[in-house]
Write a protein that binds this ligand. Structure first.
Ligand code: FE
Length: 347
């Protein structure tokens, strides 16, 4: 009788532990818009048994949704693809600081939010992407486009293609340039870019690269992974683009090429905080870092992780000088940058 009751008890325990294992979940709001990321999530679920529910939206959509949901928000982890958005999320109180020895050691201080007195950060960069200039090999001389400043130089009139000035990738680049040039020179520079445009801003980064290949633009600005995708593609139309377009990592003789981050944070009202920290720590692991490098052609961030990707190698010649400013400075400049864009009519 006793044995029977014990085994009943064990069965109940087993059932409840299975149930709790089954209900281990993690809710991610993600602005990573890269189809190759599916493997990133499935590897985590395989290793931990934690099921991921994902909401995909752009950075602005995620921030709006978190605000609307307030304390009822089911979000545990927020993934954004730009430093100034991460900075803004922190300022608006959408994140809660994470105290993790592993993350503090793995992620360089320059690429995460300013740590609190007790050593917690509100957000962490997990991969980097450079914002580079591409140009038409047939019409443009490399020495005319090897600095960001030259994008606004009259010698490049009528040649520039670039996506909307208010897009986070551009706000961050312009915010970084403002840190180097100051407000007044940055305004002149952006005004120069408006006069140099081959067409009003439209489309994404890939559209700008294709604009160069088609001859509509001589010069364009893009994140590196969009160019890397084209370089790795087997499609004849992409091979033709790769043939016509050259990449330059700007400002190698001054402050270095602007590098942005994609990163993540724990949501302010996370319902599964332990799982959220587990996932953020997973993003700093070699497996996830390798995914960023080989899946989406980004540079890994975690210390001690080195990965070679032939397209990244080919573009940068293996190495390049990166801007060294802490990424949270870039966020702080974005409001002023937006005001300048409005003044100079950079749509
Ligand atoms: Fe992107």
């Amino acid at each position: 009788m006793k044995r029977f009751s014990i085994s009943l008890f064990s069965a109940a325990m087993l059932a409840s532990s299975i149930a709790s294992a089954q209900t281990q979940t993690l809710n991610i709001y993600s602005a990573r818009h890269y189809p190759t990321d599916e493997a990133l999530y499935s590897t985590f679920t395989q290793a931990t048994g934690i099921k991921i529910n994902r909401v995909d939206a752009d950075d602005a959509g995620i921030v709006a949704r978190l605000k609307a949901e307030g304390t009822a928000s089911p979000a545990d982890v927020i993934l954004l693809v730009d430093a100034s958005r991460l900075w803004r999320g922190e300022v608006e109180g959408l994140f809660q600081p994470v105290k993790s020895k592993l993350l503090m050691q793995a992620i360089p201080e320059q690429l995460r939010s300013k740590p609190t007195a007790d050593g917690a950060s509100s957000w962490f960069g997990f991969s980097t992407r450079a914002r580079v200039i591409v140009y038409d090999k047939l019409k443009i001389k490399r020495e005319d486009v090897d600095t960001y400043e030259e994008l606004g130089d009259p010698k490049n009139a009528g040649k520039l293609c670039i996506r909307s000035g208010s897009h986070p990738y551009n706000l961050s680049l312009f915010g970084a340039v403002m840190e180097h040039l100051g407000e007044s020179k940055t305004q002149d520079w952006l005004k120069g870019m408006v006069s140099n445009m081959a067409r009003p801003p439209k489309g994404g980064d890939t559209d700008q690269i294709k604009g160069v290949a088609s001859g509509e633009c001589g010069i364009a600005v893009t994140n590196t992974y969009y160019m890397a995708r084209i370089l790795r593609s087997d499609k004849p139309e992409d091979k033709a683009v790769a043939e016509r377009v050259s990449v330059v990592f700007p400002n190698q003789n001054s402050w270095g090429t602007h590098v942005n981050i994609a990163g993540g944070a724990m949501a302010k009202n996370a319902k599964n905080p332990a799982n959220a920290i587990k996932f953020l720590e997973y993003l700093a692991s070699p497996a996830a870092q390798e995914h960023f490098a080989n899946g989406n052609n980004e540079w890994p961030i975690a210390k001690g992780v080195t990965i070679s990707n032939p397209a990244l190698q080919a573009m940068s010649g293996g190495n390049f000088k990166r801007e060294s400013m802490p990424v949270n400075v870039i966020g702080m400049n974005q409001i002023k940058v937006q005001q300048i864009l409005d003044r100079v009519g950079f749509r």
